[in-house]
Each structure stands twice: as structure tokens, then as C-alpha cells.
Design a protein around this ligand. Structure first.
Ligand code: G3H
Ligand code: 13P
Ligand code: ZN
Length: 348
């Protein structure tokens, strides 16, 4: 009989990744959002959902998750899909789960349309957001129902949104409309969505508030009482003042601005928010690091120098958020399932 060949450690690791970690339809052992948020409901914590557009962002978010032993939601906007030509993003995330096989990772489409959902599901996304918040109620119900049917048929989770945020939300011009709890109950009942994004006074981007903000925190408890599905907070960046100052110190021109205080986010987590979307803080951290490095060492021109600085800064802010949201330490609380498992559950 032929003696089995001994593998070098690296080959053995690669073998393990490629042969043991296959689970989902796409060979990516990604986890559905419903499981990650369901566990967060049980544990009473929030899970950070971090936007990513390139390798350094994926790496820094994953490094933070590994160090914090935290489940994580990697989310890609339609802009990110366009920027990465989709296939790069898919393989970046595949690399991430291969490198960190023990971390529960959700790949989520942020602010999707029906068209984007149809692109994301075959790419291996385990969760999609259908953002019909700018539509009249009945149209939002109709498109969300259509997405729920399509996504659940593949075991993919669905986040929907009711109410409108302030600021620069896609396709939304006009005033902020806070989520109505009665409408939320009807919406969830009629659509069967798995998670609901609320409008409680936040907005996207760096320019959220001109002074200390007031959020409709009680609304979270009112909605949770009626819908009992995990709630989502968009526009949750805190816009750290030290990062704004650092950017401006090294040549940036950001205006005075305030984000969402961490204490306010923690209050919403107490009342039922389980997914917390953060993009702007990562943009600020990376920009500050790149500006600082290039200003202090103007002789440098190797992209790896300033992207390494950016990567380190992004890991730091994401780790901080994982501790503040309470998801740190929860990566190994449960055995991850796949969308194939969810498909069976939805069919029941
Ligand atoms: O909610 C929006 C996110 O911050 C994504 O922004 O569309 O520029 O990628 P983006
Ligand atoms: P921020 O702009 O506050 O980071 O919000 C991001 C977000 O809501 C992504 O969907
Ligand atoms: Zn958002």
C-alpha cells in the first residue's frame, strides 16, 4: 500500500480550508444573518456590520473579529459591488473565511434593490437588504415580499427598512420620517422579513448632527414590543472627534460635525437593536492614518506603507466597536449553520 504523503504545515492548512470548510452553495462557509442576529437576541448584544470595498478593509475587519473573538457582518453596498466588479469582492470574502474558519461571518448586501438582490444571491451572499424605504408603504411591502420569497428560497436572510433616515440615503430626498411602530408591525407581518432597519433620527455619512444629537431611543422599544424580530440601526458611526481633528491637522478639510454617541447606541442595543451599521468611522480612521503617514514621511510612495497604516487604524476602530456593541467574545457561542440549512428551515 502506498504510504500517505506527509504534508508541510502550510499545505495541511490549505487542505483543511479547501476540504473541510465547504458548506454553502458557493463553497463559502458563510453564515445566514438570521442565525447571527438570533444569537445576539439571546445574548442581549449588538453585532457590528461593517462596510467593505477592498482587501485592506476585509482584512482589518476580519483581524478585529479574530482578536475580539466576535461574529461579524461584512456588508457591501451597490457602490462596493460596482467598485470591485463583484467577483473580486466575492473572492476577497472567500479568502477571509478561509483564513478565519472559526469566525461566524455573514456576507450581507447593504441597501439593495431587487436587481442587486438578484446579483448578490448567486454570488453567495447569505443576507440581503431590500431598501424600499423611499417607496410608498404598499410598494415597500410588495417589493420586500418579492425579495423575501426569492431569498428564502435560497436560505438567504432579508433585512428590510421602514421610515427614512436623514442625510444622503440613496434615492431619498426630503425630510426624515421616523418609523411608525404600528406600521412596522403590519409590515413585518405582511412581508416575513427577518430583520428590520429603523429610522430613529440617524443619517448616513460624516455630517449627521451639528450638536449633541437626540435620537428616538424609546421608539426602538416600542417597535421591538410589536415585531419581535432583530432591529437594525443604520448611520451608526460615531464620527470620533480625534479622527476629524487628525484629518484636518494633516491637510483635510472636514467641517465641524457630530456622530452618534456610543452611549446612545448602547441604549438602543438594550431595547432590541442587534445589527449596527458602520461605514463612515472606518473611512475616517483610514483617511487619518494615510494623511498622517504621508505628511510625516513625504519621501514614502509605496502603497504598502500607507495601506498598512490604514489597515492598522481600521482594525483598531472595528475592535473598539466590537467591544462597545458587546459582540466581542461571542464567536464561539454556537455552531454556525449554512444557507442550505436555512433553506430547509424556511421550507418548513
Ligand atoms: O449606507 C451607505 C453606506 O455608507 C455605503 O456607502 O454607497 O458609498 O458604498 P456607499
Ligand atoms: P455610517 O455612514 O454612519 O457609517 O452608516 C453606514 C450605514 O448605515 C451603512 O448602511
Ligand atoms: Zn445604511
Amino acid at each position: 500500500m502506498q504510504k500517505p504523503r506527509r504534508m508541510t504545515p502550510n499545505v495541511a492548512v490549505l487542505f483543511h480550508y479547501t476540504h473541510q470548510r465547504k458548506g454553502s452553495d458557493e463553497g463559502m462557509p458563510l453564515v445566514p444573518l438570521t442565525q447571527v442576529l438570533g444569537e445576539a437576541v439571546k445574548g442581549g448584544y449588538g453585532v457590528g456590520a461593517f462596510n467593505c470595498n477592498n482587501m485592506e478593509q476585509v482584512q482589518s475587519i476580519m483581524k478585529a473579529a479574530q482578536e475580539c473573538k466576535s461574529p461579524v457582518i461584512l456588508q457591501a453596498s451597490r457602490g462596493a459591488l460596482k467598485y470591485t466588479n463583484m467577483v473580486y469582492l466575492k473572492h476577497l470574502v472567500q479568502a477571509a473565511v478561509e483564513e478565519h474558519p472559526e469566525i461566524p461571518v455573514v456576507l450581507h448586501l447593504d441597501h439593495g434593490t431587487l436587481e442587486a438582490v438578484k446579483q448578490a444571491i448567486p454570488l453567495g451572499f447569505t443576507s440581503v437588504m431590500i431598501d424600499g424605504s423611499h417607496l410608498p408603504f404598499e410598494e415597500n411591502v410588495a417589493v420586500t415580499k418579492e425579495v423575501v420569497a426569492l431569498a428564502h428560497d435560497h436560505g438567504v436572510s432579508v433585512e428590510a427598512e421602514l421610515g427614512t433616515l436623514g442625510g444622503i440615503e440613496e434615492d431619498v430626498v426630503g425630510e426624515v420620517q421616523l418609523t411608525d411602530p404600528d406600521q412596522a408591525a403590519e409590515f413585518v407581518e405582511r412581508t416575513g422579513c427577518d430583520a428590520l432597519a429603523l429610522a430613529i433620527g440617524t443619517s448616513h455619512g460624516a455630517y449627521k448632527f451639528k450638536a449633541e444629537p437626540k435620537l428616538a431611543i424609546d421608539l426602538v422599544a416600542e417597535v421591538w414590543d410589536r415585531v419581535h424580530i432583530p432591529l437594525v440601526m443604520h448611520g451608526a458611526s460615531s464620527v470620533p472627534q480625534d479622527l476629524v481633528a487628525e484629518i484636518n491637522k494633516y491637510g483635510g478639510k472636514l467641517e465641524a460635525t457630530y456622530g452618534v454617541p456610543i452611549s446612545a447606541i448602547q441604549a438602543t442595543i438594550k431595547y432590541g437593536v442587534r445589527k449596527i451599521n458602520v461605514d463612515t468611522d472606518i473611512r475616517l480612521a483610514s483617511t487619518a492614518a494615510v494623511r498622517k503617514l504621508l505628511a510625516e514621511e513625504p519621501q514614502k510612495f509605496d502603497l504598502r506603507d500607507y495601506m498598512s497604516a490604514a489597515r492598522e487604524a481600521m482594525t483598531k476602530i472595528v475592535s473598539r466597536r466590537m467591544h462597545e456593541f458587546g459582540c466581542a467574545g461571542h464567536a464561539f457561542d454556537y455552531k454556525p449553520i449554512t444557507i442550505a440549512d436555512m433553506k430547509v428551515k424556511y421550507a418548513q
